[in-house]
Design a protein around this ligand. Sequence first.
Ligand SMILES: Cc1cc2nc3c(=O)[nH]c(=O)nc-3n(C[C@H](O)[C@H](O)[C@H](O)COP(=O)(O)O)c2cc1C
Length: 391
Amino acid sequence: MTSSEFPHLFTPGRIGSMELRNRVVMCPMGMLLGNDDGTVSDNEAAYYEARARGGAALLIVGTVCVGYPEGTNHPRMPGASDDRFLPGMQRLAEGVHRHGAKLAAQLNYMGVYATCDLEAGRPRVVPYDMAQPNPEPLVGMVTRDEAALMMAPFRSPDANFAWKVASEDDIERIVDMYADAADRCRRAGYDGVELHAGHGYIIDEFLAPRNQRDDRWGGSIEHRARFLLTVIGAIREKVGRDFPVWMRINAFERHHEVGERFEEQLQVIEMAVAAGIDAVHLHRVRQHRRRHRGHRLVRAARARPVAGARGSGAGAGCRAGDHVRSPRARRGGAGARRRAGRLRRVRPQADRRSRSAAQARRGAHRRRAPVHLQLSLHRQQSRCASRCTAW
Ligand SMILES: Cc1cc2nc3c(=O)[nH]c(=O)nc-3n(C[C@H](O)[C@H](O)[C@H](O)COP(=O)(O)O)c2cc1C
């Protein structure tokens, strides 16, 4: 990777009020390096400090559990549900700041994936009845009964494979958890929070078209987005307008027949921006087809005008003409060049369509705060910044 391929990568960036020394961001990854009670371990603090020393601008701690131990899928995941987590969180933030990097927590409540609830005998709280013959949502390949049988020997006698469709009270309780956890991160010295609104966790399952609840939390896209928007509102109320808050969201779900589609996700982004987020971390899930290499850049470019991004502070990766061809495509054979060519043709069209649609929807008004889009670089493109994200 050379600086001419990514000319903005080592220039300063900004997310809301957070200034960044460059645009290298470590993706959220649940590393399970914490203590068994969800507090920060020495090992975990050293891991993040080492990455800050390496020069990245922003490190995102993956899946920080807002309801720990509820809504969690491993005891060593980081908790942020109580002040007993504060000393460790403060230590982690100090270590990262010592080397000039910024730190954010990715807030999450895991819903159907909360195996700690399963193990403790608590029904997992989910947005809608997720029963389906095959695959069972928790393990993805077998039926629900088969999954229960498979897991039985590994689970405590109290284990409960059931889930509970979230009631109004559950929703209110979980929204409060998000707001409290965000505020705890702020008090611990974290520089921002990312809401995990993708990958099948609770916010995402509210967003998915599979959520056909017949109350105000499901059905139409406005109703399905209500949970996310309520969480954003509650967080803003607690932490104020200046604390950086953004979300990670799926661009689409190719692996679900009834799955999220990009055009609808753009609407969700627009609503979330209006509700007060500062950036969008756009992601795809389970997209393995090689011919789509670069698709995220195309989609991010399309999402950018919808999100209201503008100005030189906005994502370098999202500008028309940037990064369309991977270094591999440039070096590669006919197949790679064909793929790159296809991306080059798609992009300007896509840009034009999305910009005019977004302008029509917004009545040509732009949102006050610039919004940044982060783009995960493919591994081949980021050999020297492994597992990092640039935008
Ligand atoms: C060990 C591991 C844990 C991960 N945990 C999380 C997580 O907690 N939250 C999240 O949003 N993504 C998580 N991811 C996904 C990464 O953030 C990233 O998207 C993924 O490594 C794919 O990289 P790419 O987006 O550049 O293709 C995890 C990935 C790995 C390898």
